[in-house]
Design a protein around this ligand. Structure first.
Ligand code: HGY
Ligand code: MN
Ligand code: MN
Length: 410
């Protein structure tokens, strides 16, 4: 693997949709996402691999060494959150492209084809910011979400996934490769690896997560002329719900439950009108499903009491429920060996964030690797990982992918 070539590509892609303070703005199927996709397609073309785009915009670069053999898939996602970091997702895609290039050269040099072919993937809409739910493209590919239903999902402006992908020329018709295994490398987005000075994390399981879709229905009225006793202010009630979602974490051990409301829409959003409707999305996550369930039950109870107190209606719907997923032991042991052979310390770690590998792990044996995040921050312009840690990760991914194409997890 050429370190210079990887760093050049990584820092070039970071200029696409670049923001003022070293972040990126490349939400799913926007023009900026389209430009990173064009870059991915050009890389695949220049490497002499076959490009496929499937019916939900997932992109694949196929290296077919043995006609008809299944593929080991490696990759991540190029889409970003709004005003976010240039490492989340993009690092894993570019690392996979360079890992594939290195293995392709080894296969050409050895003259013998490994048991499996290899493909690099850029998943559509892992972030779920413009189009909910997140981890969309890989979940459709893994059969967890229904494609037509996801193509009908609309953003806040009313544009559908189908229209948005069509507008950037990435609503494909290919089926994508037959997959025998998956590997992904990603920034940790937490601070464990950095704190412990460990360069490689081996993800052994994901946290239990769910969203609450909350609709608060009050009554529109004049902010000046309406008596306070006559108001049914949806925004006041919503504000109390936002605090409830935050405060429920205090009912459990420190850091055992994480929760926030990250999205709010307000109607009519006029300075002279009492709000009639507020839509909120709450995100609840824990390593223990019982804690999420208990927190959810407490919230529903408290929201019910609030609705009565304020004489308003609140509709709460569960969505995007993701059970704990455990990664295969064989993949963890394989990765521990690959790291040890490189003289790298590694440690097993849970992921609190969702990833495409969590979806793929329901379909084929999957490996998920982390590199350290400086200060553990992500989904913001301050997100950072060092060139050195990124290169270590590319080398690690190359080593794991080499074992996987040889059939290590077959
Ligand atoms: O859902 C997640 O945790 C990811 O960041 N999309
Ligand atoms: Mn990500
Ligand atoms: Mn993310």
């Amino acid at each position: 693997m050429s370190a210079t070539a990887f760093l050049q590509d990584f820092h070039h892609v970071a200029t696409i949709g670049a923001t003022a303070h070293n972040g990126v703005e490349r939400q799913a199927a926007t023009a900026e996402d389209g430009r990173t996709r064009d870059w991915f397609a050009a890389f695949v073309h220049d490497a002499g691999w076959q490009l496929q785009v499937d019916g939900i915009g997932n992109m694949f670069g196929l290296l077919e060494w043995t006609p008809g053999a299944p593929y080991i898939l490696i990759g991540s996602h190029l889409d970003s959150q709004p005003l976010a970091g240039r490492f989340d997702g993009a690092y894993g895609v570019i690392a996979a492209l360079h890992a594939a290039k290195a293995i392709d050269a080894e296969v050409a040099g050895s003259g013998t084809a490994p048991r499996y072919n290899l493909a690099v993937v850029n998943w559509f809409n892992e972030e779920g910011s413009r189009f909910a739910p997140s981890i969309m493209g890989s979940s459709v590919f893994a059969g967890l979400f229904e494609r037509e239903q996801m193509l009908d999902v609309r953003d806040l402006a009313g544009t559908s996934v189908r229209e948005a992908l069509g507008s950037i020329g990435y609503l494909g018709a290919d089926t994508g490769p037959e997959v025998a295994g998956y590997a992904e490398i990603h920034i940790e987005q937490g601070r464990i690896l950095e704190r412990e000075g460990i360069p490689i994390g081996l993800v052994d399981s994901s946290w239990y997560t769910q969203k609450l879709d909350i609709e608060v229905l009050g009554e529109q009225s004049h902010t000046g002329a309406t008596a306070m006793a006559d108001r049914h202010d949806a925004l006041v009630a919503a504000a109390k719900i936002i605090l409830m979602v935050h405060d429920v974490t205090k009912d459990f051990a420190e850091e055992a439950l994480v929760s926030s409301v990250g999205q709010l829409t307000l109607e009519p959003n006029s300075p002279i009108v009492v709000a009639r409707r507020v839509h909120l999305v709450a995100d609840l996550r824990s390593g223990d499903p019982e804690i999420v369930r208990a927190a959810r039950a407490k919230l529903l109870q408290d929201i019910d009491a609030l609705a009565k107190e304020h004489d308003i209606k609140v509709n709460v719907k569960d969505f995007d429920i993701r059970p704990i997923r455990r990664f295969p032991e064989a993949g963890l042991e394989l990765s521990e060996k690959v790291a040890a052979n490189r003289g790298l310390t590694s440690r097993r770690i849970q992921t609190m964030a969702g990833h495409d590998s969590v979806a793929m792990n329901t379909m084929v044996p999957s490996v998920m690797l982390f590199i350290p995040s400086v200060d553990g921050v992500s989904h913001c312009e301050r997100e950072f990982s060092t060139d050195g840690d990124m290169l270590t990760g590319v080398d690690m991914l190359t080593g794991v992918a080499r074992e996987l194409v040889a059939g290590a997890l077959a």
